[in-house]
Design a protein. Structure first.
Length: 152
């Protein structure tokens, strides 16, 4: 097994709204994904409508994103991206960058996700027939970036 680099997922977010402290379902922060791209050798796509990220917050500082997005590719295909199997372990560098609009490297926090794609377009069937994992970082003011790899 090895990891094959496939694409970069970059998003710009607005918010947060919340948290829903003391909710019987657990605390959540909600972010709106206002713009996003998927960029790689086999795909170029842009967000077609705002997405949402309902992040579950744990008392131990772990964030568990639950994100859903709809993209259109440069050749007109609809591609959906969903991930809720994800973990962000906060670090001082992560919190500082999040609050100041700065950047982090992928080593400065633990941001991992399992990306699930959905499309009916045959030319993008490779998205629905493989497992993808991503490693993320804060890329600037309200920007998140994940390097997404196909598990081969």
């Amino acid at each position: 097994m090895h990891l094959v680099p496939e694409m970069t997922y970059t998003e710009t977010i607005a918010g947060p709204w919340g948290p829903t402290t003391h909710s019987p379902l657990g605390a959540r922060l909600c972010w709106q994904v206002t713009s996003a791209t998927l960029t790689g050798a086999r795909i170029k796509a842009e967000l077609v409508m705002p997405g949402a990220d309902w992040i579950r917050l744990s008392a131990d500082g772990i964030r568990r994103p639950d994100q859903r997005l709809v993209f259109t590719t440069d050749d007109g295909a609809i591609v959906m991206l969903h991930y809720d199997n994800a973990i962000i372990r906060e670090s001082p560098a992560f919190l500082a960058a999040l609050n100041s609009g700065g950047q982090t490297s992928t080593e400065e926090q633990y941001m991992r996700m399992v990306a699930q794609f959905d499309t009916g377009e045959q030319r993008y069937s490779w998205l629905t027939s493989s497992l993808f994992i991503g490693e993320g970082r804060i890329a600037g003011d309200h920007q998140i970036e994940y390097s997404i790899h196909r598990v081969d």
